[in-house]
Design a protein. Structure first.
Lengths: 421, 169
């Protein structure tokens, strides 16, 4: 049963120029506990398009660390009737991706099937259709289907990330595909940019810009590039976080004397202070149901993670023990949070389960900061360092598969994973 | 005998005349010349006033203070300098100063932005207590952005834990 899938790819033409090659170089270290052996047979039909799609899919699945990509070794079935299952079984492959791709009037149409080699059935099939310029999106869609069918989890190959590239005194806020391609510059200037935050619908980024001489909060449409200044009070305005329904933001202002958390409407109106400590309260992050906020506070003497209801009420400390803790972010299923743990002079990416309260360090330690979950909660993106430069890194939530992503020049900082689109 | 007496008298008369001339000549020798122009005494000469802010020898020349790790209170040894700045601002009400606070990289950058602001605000408060008007003092933070020194070591960190006083031109 083939499903025709047009809706996804109608969307998203990016407003500014888009680069044709990867701005990020990606390195993978480690592997999943069990790597599923699959073969992605290059599609029939248009050979050039087939090769390009194949490169995207093989790249996506390899980077996940959960698949062992087995070469097709000259075999070229494009239809289920052309598949010799016995042959494939001896090669040890568990699943096979086949199909064909054609192009007409600037539109690509890729017919794709995933076959179970052991059961000899089609697991999923789809016609993925898009404009020619969205070729990579076709590949990512196929990767998502394969990933979802074979692991049970939703794929994130079609998602995007945002981060800040700092090169000397030049700063750029950048949006890119999660594999580093199709980089788009959202803001470029000679003053710092910090703390990008995606709205839940992926259409806007809020961020901190120093263009007026101090930290001020802006929101900008990723598609139209229209921007609006949301908070520009005396002192510092920072740490924007969107509510899941997109109607409010939490921000940190120093207008009342110390860094405290405020709520505001998405248009900047309706300011309401919600924390009342004498110290530093910052880095608010909404729970997926919009009812709670995690935040960083030093009200107890050192920076720790706290939680409070958005509606107000008691503040509960969440992190204990040695060291200090910063930058909490909820998982998308609301069951845990990820944060930066500082101890022994190092920074570690750490998760904590709400139910058990158990802390789990999932990175090796170093200058590792600002973690965020991928929308499927299986990967965590964070800022790190390698080769003397700021890089982006990701680690699977079980700590086994690690990736390093370095930019061609400058330091990559402040990454944040965008939502499913 | 009479002739000799007259000659003697004549000779004495001549001698007396001669000796009288010399003292006159001595009296006519020029005395040291005193000119009519008066030399101006230093106290009354016209002088350009030096703004103490531009005087490198003045305590106001110091524009930065440094902090211990995670500390934001004004160190005791810097209070006198900041009081002097506050007093100066109180006496020169057209002057404005921006206090910029910074932090080292140990902490999240949002936490460091807040720490830098706390440092700048602490300086601003002391300036106002010492005479500066509220409209003369602006406080800003850059946190760990725009660090003065790069490096993952105390030598760099110590330089970045700081507040700067920047007077508007």
């Amino acid at each position: 049963m083939l499903k025709v899938f047009h809706a996804l790819l109608v969307v998203l033409l990016l407003a500014l120029s888009v680069s044709a090659h990867a701005e990020l170089t990606i390195e993978i270290i480690g592997a999943g506990e069990h790597q599923i052996p699959v073969t992605i047979v290059p599609m029939g039909g248009d050979a050039k398009l087939a090769a390009a799609i194949n490169e995207v899919v093989v790249g996506d699945l390899t980077r996940s660390g959960l698949f062992k990509l087995v070469d097709a070794a000259g075999k070229t079935p494009h239809e289920p009737s052309e598949v010799n299952y016995a042959e494939w079984k001896t090669s040890g492959v568990e699943a096979l991706a086949i199909g064909s791709v054609a192009q007409e009037n600037g539109r690509i149409s890729a017919k794709f099937r995933l076959l179970d080699v052991v059961k000899q059935v089609t697991l999923v099939g789809e016609v993925v259709s898009a404009r020619e310029v969205q070729l990579r999106a076709v590949g990512h869609r196929i990767s998502d289907l394969i990933y979802q069918k074979l692991t049970g989890d939703q794929g994130v190959f079609s998602t995007r990330i945002a981060y800040v590239n700092r090169n000397g005194s030049k700063y750029r806020l950048v949006v890119a595909d999660s594999d580093g391609y199709n980089e788009q510059t959202v803001l470029a200037q000679s003053e710092p940019i910090m703390s990008p935050a995606w709205s839940a619908d992926g259409k806007q980024l809020a961020y901190v810009s120093f263009e007026t001489g101090h930290a001020a909060v802006f929101a900008q449409s990723v598609y139209s590039n229209q921007r609006k200044m949301l908070a520009d009070f005396p002192g510092s305005n920072s740490a924007p976080a969107w509510s899941p329904d997109g109607k409010q933001l939490a921000v940190v202002l120093t207008r009342d004397g110390s860094s405290q958390i405020y709520l505001m409407n998405a248009d900047g109106s309706g300011l309401q202070r919600i924390t009342f400590s004498e110290g530093i309260d910052t880095e608010p992050n909404f729970s997926p149901d919009g009812q709670w906020l995690l935040f960083t506070s030093d009200r107890g003497g050192s920076a720790q993670v706290y939680r409070m209801a958005v509606a107000g009420g008691p503040v509960q400390r969440m992190t204990f023990g040695e060291g200090s803790n910063y930058s909490p972010r909820y998982s998308h299923d609301g069951k845990s949070f990820v944060f930066t743990h500082r101890a022994n002079g190092q920074f570690y990416i750490t998760t904590q389960d709400f139910l058990s309260g158990q802390m789990q360090i999932i990175s090796d330690g170093g200058w590792e900061k600002k973690p965020s979950y991928a929308p499927n909660d299986k990967l965590i993106l964070f800022a790190s360092e390698a080769y003397g430069r700021g890089i982006l890194a990701s680690v699977s939530s079980d700590g086994r598969v690690k990736q390093r992503m370095s930019t061609q020049s400058g330091d990559a900082r402040e990454p944040v994973w965008g939502p499913h689109l | 005998m009479k002739k000799l007496v007259i000659s003697v008298v004549l000779v004495n008369l001549l001698a007396a005349c001669a000796s009288q001339k010399a003292p006159e000549a001595a009296a006519a020798a020029p005395a040291p010349v005193v000119s009519n122009a008066t030399v101006a005494a230093p106290a009354s000469a016209p002088v350009v006033a030096v703004d103490p802010l531009n005087d490198p020898a003045n305590i106001l020349a110091k524009r930065s203070i440094y902090y211990g790790f995670d500390k934001d209170a004004v160190p005791a040894e810097d209070k006198a300098m900041l009081q002097a700045h506050g007093k100066y601002l109180g006496e020169h009400t057209a002057r404005k100063v921006e206090v910029a606070g910074y932090a080292d990289e140990r902490g999240s950058n949002e936490y460091n932005l807040a720490l830098g602001q706390r440092r700048a605000d602490g300086v601003g408060k002391l300036l106002k207590l010492s005479g500066a008007g509220a409209a003369q003092v602006k406080t800003t933070s850059f946190g760990e952005e725009k660090p003065k020194a790069a490096g993952h070591d105390e030598a760099a960190w110590a330089q970045n834990r700081r507040s700067d006083l920047n007077y508007a031109q």
